[in-house]
Write a protein that binds this ligand. Structure first.
Ligand code: ZN
Ligand code: ZN
Ligand code: ZN
Length: 394
């Protein structure tokens, strides 16, 4: 994530989630380009917002921003039919009600239940952060209005009672399984409840379980379909790294649970215990880590926190200068630099957390086989599979 600043005196920091500037009180948001969080001035007479120095655009708050503070999206106010000077302009006069991020939503929880609202806000924050990194990478990212066949949609649904932290079942509500199905990502609202999520985390023996992690994992399944499954060459290469994903999924699942999880040596080859269950899960888990690494390093770099020990200066990973349209030709070397920085930086990150009496932020070990899988994903993201002709594991 990048750093953002207000334009008011002292240029205070704005966060990706900010709705207002604490110093000047102006509305703060992000346009459909989804690049930077910035202040907006209200033109009271016309009742729309403008950006300082931008004269040809007007904005209004996304409906979810205006009603629920569930996002900070600012959508363009277009000309009215009467104002349109050309036919092309006249065709394009319908304002979007929702912002870039909210237009991916297919189902949101019942917001008449007051306690759903703060949980849904957390859900939206995690979703928007996941989308931000995707958008900065050279990846296809369309909602199902833009692309009916392969567009992405989200469903945030509920099957249990928010009042008892999602213990009791709601009558007449089918079970909600968090997962991905053909472009549609479902996340159970219970995952946004700290009590419910911590319980599941402890019950599953996991050392990391976050909303953001869920989004990135399920998005991994989505991009497997978009980038790998439809391309026989890439699919073959992928199997060399992640194993044969044409294994029966249900059988693998049954076997995983009847064995009581993964064998003890799983950390040698997998990023998480769950990744061993099926090659699809290995891909999705590794994809999520790739996104965690890129986002966190981008944040560290934006705050000037990546140091080059040898030179005693701030390190700038040009490979991390998002947005990226196209990567370096020497993409393997560039990803090695990214991973080496991550190995160093994640130690600092964990040490900082321990100083605060918190658990490690990144309780994972990146072994050589896991690094290779991450590198495969980096190549897939940048559409550079040809360089992966060598045998991955020898
Ligand atoms: Zn300000
Ligand atoms: Zn929105
Ligand atoms: Zn999965």
């Amino acid at each position: 994530m990048k750093t953002f600043n207000c334009s008011c005196p002292g240029q205070p920091s704005l966060f990706f989630e900010s709705h207002t500037c604490n110093a000047c009180g102006r509305v703060v948001g992000i346009t459909d380009e989804f690049e930077s969080v910035q202040p907006f001035d209200l033109n009271e007479e016309a009742n729309y917002f403008v950006i300082e120095g931008v004269s040809d655009r007007a904005f209004k708050k996304c409906k979810n921003f205006a009603q629920y503070n569930a996002c900070n999206g600012m959508v363009d106010v277009k000309l009215t039919k009467e104002e349109a000077a050309t036919e092309a302009e006249a065709k394009n006069t319908e304002d979007n009600e929702y912002c870039f991020a909210c237009r991916f939503n297919e189902v949101v929880p019942n917001l008449n239940v007051e306690a759903h609202v703060p949980l849904w806000q957390k859900m939206e924050n995690a979703k928007r952060r996941a989308l931000y990194t995707l958008k900065a990478l050279p990846l296809p990212l369309n909602n199902n209005e833009e692309d009916a066949e392969t567009g992405l949609t989200f469903e945030f649904t509920v099957d249990r009672n928010v009042k008892d932290h999602f213990v009791s079942k709601l009558p007449h509500h089918p079970d909600v399984m968090t997962g991905h199905n053909n472009g549609n990502i479902t996340i159970n609202l219970a995952e946004a409840d700290d009590v419910a999520r911590s319980k599941t985390k402890a019950a599953m023996g996991e050392n990391y379980r976050t909303l953001l992690g869920h989004f990135r994992h399920e998005l991994g399944h989505y991009y497997f379909d978009r980038l790998i499954a439809n391309n026989p060459y890439k699919h073959e290469r992928c199997k060399a790294y992640f194993g044969d994903d044409e294994l029966d999924y249900q059988e693998a699942l049954d076997q995983y649970y009847s064995n009581g999880g993964a064998p003890a040596n799983w950390p040698e080859n997998f990023i998480s215990e769950y990744a061993i269950m099926h090659p699809w899960e290995d891909w999705a888990e590794t994809w999520a880590h790739y996104m965690h690494i890129i986002d966190t390093l981008e944040t560290a770099q934006s705050y000037g926190l990546l140091f080059d020990k040898n030179r005693g200066t701030n390190q700038t990973l040009s490979d991390l200068n998002l947005p990226q349209d196209d990567a370096d030709d020497d993409i393997s070397a560039s990803f090695n630099r990214i991973l080496n920085s991550w190995m160093e930086f994640s130690v600092v990150l964990n040490a900082l957390n321990r100083s605060m009496g918190l658990q490690d932020a990144y309780p994972f070990v990146l072994t050589e086989p896991v690094r290779k899988k991450l590198s495969f994903i980096h190549h897939a993201v940048h559409n550079k599979t040809l360089l992966l002709s060598e045998t991955p594991f020898e």
